[in-house]
Design a binder for this molecule. Structure first.
Ligand SMILES: [Zn+2]
Ligand SMILES: [Zn+2]
Ligand SMILES: [Zn+2]
Ligand SMILES: [Zn+2]
Length: 397
């Protein structure tokens, strides 16, 4: 089986966890040290133009030197990129010859570039855009603007997966190929955001700020964001990829409960009839998580990727030294950063950055998920180094 890992190649995956050993036992490492005060060294580690100007994730050009800016697949960073000649660019950092993603050229919805190997293989879309199999009607400018927001959020979330080296199944992988479908609702057909068998469908109207905020208020959600939608639906995807039908499922049930009883349909009906479980703040990351173990896992996965993204950025800003191998340290850093930024947000009349409360049950679920992620990343890591060979009992089908 082939799995896409960042850093070029796909790798075969097999379970390396010794029988009976829990994920948290496998990945305990010492604390890397205390939380550093903010602004100890406010120099961006990454995303800096050669002209010295800061570059940001969604930039298409540098505001300092006006060079093109985008994601270099060789550096795996946002870089300033020289236009060489028709259809040819060159990363100013690594000197790789690159091509602009067709979705960027044709529709302005992507700032990623392709390597010359990808172009030689016949590709014209970047790796992120290749995962999008259904796009809205591009003859409608408003749809293109909404699509642009969805692609930007998707790229940001995919980058978080790189941070934790969590593989997805794409390209030639047939186990559970990941696809994104971005669809507009019509008067006859309401598109529902969700995941099914590797396909993540996002309702295009969710990218409309007014509509999304209206729904957020209606459902009394503390946040409702596009990155949150991608993180949540990827939680369902990774449950299917890493847990469904594997020996991991027993461990999952001991932490999240049995997803077979009640059935998802019964749990959903009860949730919308009676509301969330009354004890949800003590036991769940969100009210919605209390509906069913699958939603609990997806909401926990969403929160876990929030943590990864915030710590990655805090690390780039040199506020902390992130340690993505140690869940306890990750939670401690996140809590300290969250409490501080919540105060800034309140000063500005904004909602809290981190509204969730991480009670013991929630922390236990996050620690479990961390173990699942680390095991998957470790399998790919070992496979990439050629240390694995064929494993007789792969956790992934
Ligand atoms: Zn510049
Ligand atoms: Zn580069
Ligand atoms: Zn693209
Ligand atoms: Zn869900």
């Amino acid at each position: 089986m082939e799995f896409r890992l960042w850093n070029n190649a796909c790798s075969s995956i097999a379970d390396v966890r010794p029988p009976g050993q829990s994920p948290s036992e496998l990945f305990q490492t010492p604390d890397p040290g205390e939380f550093s005060p903010f602004f100890k060294d406010p120099i961006m580690k990454t995303f800096e133009c050669l002209c010295g100007n800061a570059l940001f994730w969604d930039n298409y050009s540098c505001l300092g030197c006006h060079k093109d800016v985008g994601f270099c697949p060789n550096c795996e960073e946002i870089r300033s990129i020289d236009f060489v000649e028709e259809e040819t660019w060159q990363c100013r950092h690594c000197q790789a010859i690159l091509s602009k993603c067709r979705n960027g050229l044709a529709h302005g919805v992507c700032n990623w570039f392709l390597s010359d190997q990808e172009v030689a293989a016949g590709e014209s879309l970047c790796w992120s855009c290749r995962l999008t199999k259904v796009v809205p009607d591009v003859s409608k400018p408003h749809y293109v603007e909404l699509w642009r927001k969805l692609e930007a959020a998707k790229r940001r979330v995919l980058y978080s997966l790189k941070t934790i080296q969590l593989p997805i199944c794409c390209d030639d992988c047939t186990v559970l190929p990941l696809e994104f479908h971005f669809k507009a609702s019509t008067p006859e057909h309401l598109v529902t955001t969700g995941h099914s068998a590797g396909v993540i469908t996002i309702q295009l109207e969710e990218a409309d700020d007014v509509q999304r905020e209206t729904v957020r208020v209606q459902f009394a959600e503390p946040h409702r964001t596009l990155v949150g939608h991608f993180r949540h639906e990827l939680g369902h995807y990774f449950w299917d990829l890493l847990i469904r039908g594997t020996k991991e499922v027993d461990h999952f049930r001991s932490v999240f409960g049995d997803e077979r009883s009640p059935t998802y349909e019964d749990a959903q009906r009860a949730y919308y009839a009676n509301g969330p479980q009354s004890n949800w703040p003590q036991n769940f990351i969100s009210a919605y998580a209390s509906m069913h173990p699958w939603e609990d896992f997806a909401e926990t996965f969403n929160a876990y990727l929030d943590i990864v993204a915030v710590l990655d950025t805090a690390g780039a800003l040199r506020w902390i030294v992130p340690d993505f191998s140690n869940c306890k340290t990750m939670l401690t850093h996140y809590q300290k950063i969250g409490l501080s930024i919540n105060e800034f947000n309140r000063e500005m009349g904004l909602k809290d950055l981190v509204p969730e409360i991480y009670h013991a049950d929630v922390r236990r679920k996050i620690e479990y998920l961390h173990g699942v992620v680390r095991t998957a990343a470790k399998r790919v890591d070992l496979a990439t180094q050629g240390l694995m060979g064929e494993h007789p009992d792969p956790v992934l089908r």
